[in-house]
Design a protein around this ligand. Structure first.
Ligand SMILES: *Cc1c(COP(=O)(O)O)cnc(C)c1O
Length: 412
């Protein structure tokens, strides 16, 4: 009895009728540009910024064109420039080192733990070795490190933290919304993230100077007074003349689609966690599979699922992925020699300079990733887990060979 799965791993939920009606109203008005307002009108983008600031408890918010733009704009607003070193995760996706490269800086990549989070001992060593003053922290695939320890370490070393919350919008750590531990939080509203406007990004901060700079950088011309979630006009006295205009604004159409989605974030988080837990329990105890631990402090958004096949040779991983693909379950392998789709390894970022992260390499070699769109129900998730467990059983290699370096479990 060979089960098959028929769902699409890239099919998100439709945009709600409420959001469609709001988008149509913007189109009927003709005022799609955020600074094109009728007398007394507050633009949809400014309203979105107010609402997202409230949802995260931030003093200020700026909406921009993409998550990648949000990160590069935040780095530039912090004064990062050509030749600077910026710390970041060795395990993340291409827009993160790309944001660092876009301001002429270079990424200093940090090792990864078996919880798929940044290695804090290695971070401390690299802060010491490079003197870098900014960390672009990627909460990659929703896995969050010990944020208390990370902030204590960075505060003590004078390192500003920019959080990449592309995979943690709506998540909390010890009750604090993701993006609110560091100096700046950046989010993406791209289709595959947690609220969907096709493309888009958000920046939050309590730092008036940083947000004033980001507003002008994002292309405000001299319309900064139309930002109701930004500091008052006085904060712009010098900034407006000092910062270049690097256009990357959000438009009213996208904001109109996003506003009705912000209040849904917590319900979506719970729906995602329920799906995640079904896959997790379906794979618990399967020989050859190592699950990724989740800290009790996190309320996470399980919009994707990862597991490790520690010590598996590449051919066996490839056979497992092929077994599942033939049954309709689309898995991504971070250890593939060539970058495919959205999955890539730091070794494909040649512009970042060659860096060696042996522990990250050992993890990526056995790291499998799958998306969990909310169009899947719990029964779909149970079926997916059964197919993966079957794939593992059918291809499980004899693991008596020497374990790869850095892998503890395979040695047991
Ligand atoms: C998607 C993503 C971003 C932002 O991406 P955009 O496509 O520019 O909105 C940033 N970091 C990670 C880890 C991502 O997956």
């Amino acid at each position: 009895m060979d089960e098959r799965f028929e769902g699409s791993f890239t099919q998100q939920e439709p945009i709600s009728e409420e959001a469609i009606a709001a988008a149509v109203a913007v189109m009927r008005s003709g005022r799609l540009h955020r600074y094109n307002v009728a007398p007394g009108e507050v633009a949809e983008v400014a309203l979105l910024e107010e609402e997202f600031a409230r949802a995260t408890g931030a003093r200020f918010c700026l909406a921009v064109a993409s998550g990648g733009y949000a990160m590069s704009c935040a780095l530039r607003a912090l004064g990062v420039g050509p030749g600077d070193a910026v710390l970041s995760n060795g395990f993340t996706l291409a827009p993160v080192p790309g944001a660092i490269a876009s301001v002429g800086a270079h990424p200093v990549l940090v090792e990864t733990t078996e919880a798929l989070t940044i290695d804090l001992d290695d971070l401390a060593a690299r802060i010491e070795a490079t003197g870098a003053r900014v960390l672009l922290l990627s909460h990659m695939r929703g896995h969050v490190c010990d944020m208390d320890r990370l902030m204590a370490l960075c505060d003590a070393a004078g390192v500003s933290v920019v959080e990449d919350c592309a995979h943690t919008m709506g998540a909390r750590y010890r009750g604090v919304p993701s993006g609110r531990h560091g100096r700046v939080g950046c989010y993406s509203t791209q289709t595959y993230k947690h609220i969907n406007s096709g493309e888009g990004g958000l920046i939050v901060s309590d730092d008036a100077e940083v947000i004033a700079r980001a507003v002008v950088l994002s292309g405000s011309y001299m319309f900064y007074a139309r930002h109701s979630a930004a500091p008052p006009p006085e904060a712009f006295a010098d900034v407006r003349l000092e910062m270049p205009n690097c256009s990357g604004r959000m438009d009213n159409l996208r904001a109109a689609i996003l506003r009705p989605q912000v209040p849904l974030l917590e319900a979506r988080r719970q729906a995602w966690e329920a799906r995640y837990r079904v896959i997790e329990s379906g794979l618990a105890g399967v020989a050859g599979v190592q699950l990724v631990p989740r800290a009790a402090e996190e309320e996470f958004v399980g919009s994707s699922f990862q597991f490790l096949l520690p010590g598996w040779p590449g051919e066996a991983v490839r056979a497992m992925v092929a077994h599942c693909a033939a049954r309709g379950v689309e898995l991504k392998w971070f250890g593939a020699p060539e970058p495919v789709g959205f999955t890539s390894s730091y070794r494909s970022w040649r512009y970042a300079g060659l860096q060696d992260l042996p522990r990250t390499d050992a993890l990526l070699a056995g790291l499998i990733d799958l998306r969990l769109p909310l169009t899947f129900d719990l029964e779909d998730c149970a079926r997916i887990a059964r197919i993966i467990a079957g794939g593992v059983a059918a291809t499980l290699p004899g693991l008596d060979a020497a374990p790869p370096p850095g892998d503890m479990r395979a040695a047991e």
